[in-house]
Design a protein around this ligand. Structure first.
Ligand code: ADP
Length: 484
């Protein structure tokens, strides 16, 4: 089975969020099952300089405003994944964030940049590389949303099937919306701009294109698959998702054990495992020293590793911080995003330097330090398609404190008395999305932390969860088999 993944990020070469973790880990996990998958990415600088063994596949001339477009075949440095990379310097050779300029403004020509990505996927489905033609084209998020439209258009004009298509929604809130007038530049049949196509309230929606034209839709947790069919979380697309309900499935993300694993993590001052947890205590002390927090182990250290956006529910942490501090707890934060959230956390750190530490920005090493050295990882998101940091927390014995929504609800089991008795508890879950709900979960964390034996037991349950990619990869593979 030959599967082409189409995406804009891939760990470790280019990452702004969980999408990259998934696209980095899923192809090798599929390969383990005998599924031959390759990845198509735009030629952002991180890919052009980071990929190895580049070989020219095709010269494509001018396309979507870019001169001299070329397609290369390449490998990731670890040799685990084979990629096609689109070299189009006019569109992709820009430093920093792949989607936005230095002022965080989305690039005005994003519709051309990601049209080229989708169009290139269709040319591969048509047989551009005579040595490898995908049977399934699997897009990820809105960036790949036009792939299924170009494939459908080519199928209609040629009269035969080119490839089956899958779109995975990693976050429905990001839709790739553009003014209607850009449609003329997309080289699609004019009737594709309509309700049965990529029109979304008089705009062009790349995400809707993928949702409408793909054979199968997946999202990254079963609960989120249900939630996005409701108006409240459907971002205007609940009707379409409900209508395609039979073709929509939630498949939980896994964790890459070569990247997130306390037994081998090179960043940790001391490795640890479920059998020997002394290393974790050393990681906590080292983290407190590194961040300037008071060194103590009487009370829990809470962490956040996150994009600082409204979605993540972090105003609950800002509002609930004093309760944690007054109980002797500490908070260590890593993130970047909306200025109001950044400054609220910075103000807390300035006022309570022994209790709150904040590092603004993106720092992979510090993320590992925080996940390993903390006691509780907070993910109080308003909505959460899957969430990865709560999974990383569990693997490192750092118990998640989460809002009961989406993938958080699917992966964390609250420390209620009955769950403790059943040995299923793995963290602290709150239902009411307000500061009272958040505080009650935080109080449960303090109460459990004071009972060392119980705390250790829950750490053990959490660390024993099977969060590997094997199960998810098998589900994707089964889905591909259904449609080919
Ligand atoms: P999302 O995709 O919505 O950002 P996820 O929880 O699915 O949320 O994935 C977030 C990923 O990004 C995790 O791998 C997390 O460790 C990482 N991450 C988020 N913020 C930072 C940061 N400031 N520095 C380093 N890694 C970060």
């Amino acid at each position: 089975m030959r599967v082409l993944h189409v995406c804009s990020e891939l760990f470790p070469l280019l990452k702004t969020g969980g999408l990259a973790d998934v696209t980095g880990a899923l192809p090798p996990a599929l390969a383990e099952l005998g599924c031959d998958s390759r990845v198509l990415v735009p030629g952002f600088p991180a890919f052009m300089s980071g990929l190895v063994e580049k070989k020219l596949v095709a010269e494509l001339g001018s396309k979507f405003g870019a001169a001299d477009v070329r397609l290369y075949l390449a490998k990731t440095p670890d040799n685990l994944t084979t990629l096609y990379v689109i070299d189009a310097p006019d569109l992709f050779d820009r430093p920093g964030n792949p989607y936005a300029d230095a002022n965080n403004q989305a690039y005005a020509d994003n519709y051309r940049r990601f049209a080229l990505l989708g169009w290139e996927a269709a040319t591969l489905a048509e047989g551009l590389d005579s040595t490898w033609k995908p049977e399934v084209v699997h897009g990820h998020d809105w960036h790949s949303g036009l792939a299924a439209a170009y494939i459908k258009a080519a199928e209609i004009s040629s009269g035969h099937k080119l490839a089956s298509t899958v779109l995975t929604v990693h976050n429905l809130a990001y839709q790739g919306l553009f003014p209607a007038h850009v449609f003329g530049e997309l080289e699609l049949p004019s009737y594709f701009f309509g309700m049965n196509g990529l029109e979304f309230f008089d705009q062009v929606s790349f995400l809707k294109s993928g949702l409408f034209f793909s054979d199968k839709l997946t999202t990254v947790s079963p609960s989120y698959a249900d939630e996005i069919q409701d108006v409240e979380q459907g971002c205007g697309l609940s009707g379409l998702l409900g209508a395609k309900n039979q073709d929509l499935v939630g498949i939980l993300n896994g964790v890459d054990p070569t990247v997130w694993n306390p037994e081998i993590d090179p960043i940790l001052v001391s490795k640890f495992s479920v059998r020997s947890m002394t290393g974790k205590a050393k990681c906590k002390t080292a983290l407190q020293e590194y961040t300037g927090l008071k060194v103590q182990n009487e009370f829990p250290l809470f962490t956040i590793v996150s994009r600082l956006t409204e979605q993540k529910g972090l105003h609950l942490v800002v509002d609930g911080a004093l309760e944690i501090i007054n109980r002797g707890g500490q908070i260590a934060i890593l993130g970047s995003g909306e200025p109001e959230i950044e400054s609220a956390f910075a103000a807390l750190a300035a006022k309570y330097p022994e209790s709150v530490a904040v590092q603004l920005g993106y720092d992979e090493d510090h993320a590992h330090r925080l996940v390993a050295g903390s006691d509780v990882i907070m993910v109080p998101s308003r909505f959460e398609p899957c969430g990865l940091t709560q999974l990383y927390g569990m693997i490192y014995g750092t118990l998640p404190l989460v809002h009961k929504v989406g993938g958080l609800a699917d992966t964390v089991t609250d420390c209620s008395l009955e769950n403790l008795a059943d040995e299923t508890a793995t963290g602290f879950v709150f239902d009411n999305f307000n500061v009272q709900g958040f505080n009650s979960a935080a109080r449960r964390a303090f109460a459990l932390f004071a009972r060392k034996t119980e705390w250790k037991k829950v750490q053990k349950f959490a660390m024993a969860q099977d969060l590997s990619w094997d199960a998810a990869a098998q589900k994707y593979f089964d889905l591909y088999k259904q449609i080919t």
